[in-house]
Ligand binder design. Sequence first.
Ligand code: GAR
Length: 207
Amino acid sequence: MKNIVVLVSGGGTNLQALIDAEKSGEIVNGKITCVVSSNDKAYALERARRNGIGTRVIKRKDFQCQRDYDNALVTLLQEEKADLIVLAGFMTILGDGVIKAFENRIINIHPSLIPSFCGEGFYGLRVHEKALERGIKLTGATAHFVNEICDGGPIIMQKAVAVENGDTPEILQIRVMEQAEWKILPQSVSLFCQDKLRVENGKVIIL
Ligand code: GAR
């Protein structure tokens, strides 16, 4: 059984999707053992507590430099015996120290079809604002492994979602979550926990 540590910063609806998937047996061979937040007020922490999952808080601003933060986070993740780390709306950039320590063991969910609307500055609602500004007709979500390039790691799964007339960023965000994020994130996590994801030449092969 693999230990899944979920990193959050906000509302935690993707965390909830993972908790629900674990309860219904959709996550095979994996268990959420800890939720780590960058923000002690995150509602995601409440979701964890209600489900009997241990919580920890670590804030970037409590460390003088990226290296100190990275070292502290790696220590925390090792203490929690993390096999898989999931970034579920985690808004702090991870430094190379963390990424190297957990190579191809960190999964992020991003609310667009990468490589569109991703990279630095593209997070949360802003992604949907930019997508609507551009007038795209199809958007979606991407689950990917994290490497040193922001939103540039190997893609595990993607799911497309239609943009509809009259969409606001908020309406589109919810549709992308419901139709894509909350589905492909638990599926990707389950595949990882069953050792069904192999990374070759920067690409993911689902076995
Ligand atoms: C989600 O839409 C997630 O894809 C996005 O933030 C939201 C968090 O919601 N993540 C990013 O933009 C990362 N670049 P949640 O806290 O309800 O899961």
